[in-house]
Design a protein around this ligand. Structure first.
Ligand code: SF4
Length: 318
């Protein structure tokens, strides 16, 4: 795993907001606005691996897509390697896009059914890094060997396991020597052993001058592979902390990281105040009307009105 490095921000996000306008099936159907992000700040430096954690609909995928310029924010700013990234045209982004790579959740749909593992990687090297055919083949073989896929170089996607398909998509991303990798649930649906292999391939092989955003539901992944964790709830960031050394402090984060202790809220979240207040055992009057700001507390940043009443976080046990 790469170590936390000096503070050279690769990603800086300021007050990011995104509202989707949803339309009904007919032209005269009423529209509905959904706020997917409600003012997200984020800074990520070389060597850092950030777990963005939250339930479905919390805004984590929207955030990762906006960071990569696959979606435009409604307001706020995105800076990549010190230069403004949001609001650019695709032509303006193109020369830098190769440095900022996306690992999709659905590896199969990202692969060409007619290409072998080696051809996928070699083509990436030829088209996006300008390698000759011979060079591309040689580098692709070396990369597949490094990722433990040497014996699968001639396999077609349909002949690969789910874990192998994901590792080939990772090989393509790593072939580009990325500065930022954003991986959206890269291990979902895999058994624990395959999960470890994919994460070892991804995080363990990141270039030393890169950073990574890992969108995940899996708390064990955050603890084992990430230098930072950011918990999202209904478009808000409610906590950030170091998952290697500390347990979460916010009442909702605690449920996420320890789902056996109590059920996560299954009904709709509150639309005013803290979204978690109907289910929160610590709720005070203010929780029903005002969403608290993130405040520093014992090395964490926590958005909670009851921050001073919450038990101290324990040290994480890996
Ligand atoms: S105490 Fe209030 S602000 Fe804190 S998590 Fe509970 S409901 Fe939200």
């Amino acid at each position: 795993m790469i170590a936390a490095g000096p503070s050279l921000p690769i990603v800086r996000v300021q007050d990011l907001r995104k509202t989707f306008v949803l339309r009904g099936p007919w032209p005269w159907s009423p529209t509905r606005e959904v706020e997917a992000l409600k003012g997200v700040d984020l800074e990520l430096s070389v060597g850092q691996v950030l777990a963005v954690v939250g339930q479905s609909g919390s805004g984590k995928t929207t955030l990762s897509r906006i960071v990569l310029g696959l979606e435009e924010p409604s307001s706020g700013e995105v800076w990549l390697e010190g230069r403004r990234w949001d609001g650019l045209s695709e032509a303006e982004r193109q020369p830098r896009r190769v440095h900022f790579q996306y690992v999709p959740q659905d590896a199969m749909s990202a692969l060409d059914p007619q290409q072998t593992a080696a051809e996928h990687v070699a083509e990436t090297l030829r088209v996006l890094r300008g390698r000759s055919r011979a060079q591309a083949r040689e580098e692709a073989d070396a990369l597949l060997e490094r990722l433990g896929l040497a014996t699968r170089r001639d396999a077609l996607p349909r002949q690969m396991s789910g874990g192998e398909q994901r590792r080939v998509t990772l090989a393509r991303v790593l072939a580009l020597d990325p500065h930022l990798v954003v991986a959206d649930e890269p291990t979902s649906g895999l058994d624990p052993k395959r999960r470890e292999e994919v994460l070892e391939d991804l995080v363990g092989n990141l270039p030393r001058d890169a950073a990574c955003i890992l969108v995940t539901h899996d708390m064990a992944t955050a603890r084992a592979w990430c230098t930072h964790a950011m918990v999202m709830l209904d478009g808000w960031v409610i906590e950030s902390f170091d998952p290697r050394t500390a347990e979460p402090r916010h009442p909702y984060s605690r449920l996420l990281f320890d789902p056996w202790s109590a059920p996560l809220p299954s009904g709709s979240l509150a639309t005013v105040g803290c979204p978690f207040h109907p289910d929160c055992p610590f709720a005070v009057d203010a929780c029903q009307t005002v969403m608290p700001a993130l405040e520093p507390r014992s090395g964490h940043r926590v958005a909670c009105h009851a921050i001073h009443a919450l038990p101290e976080p324990r040290t994480a046990t890996l």
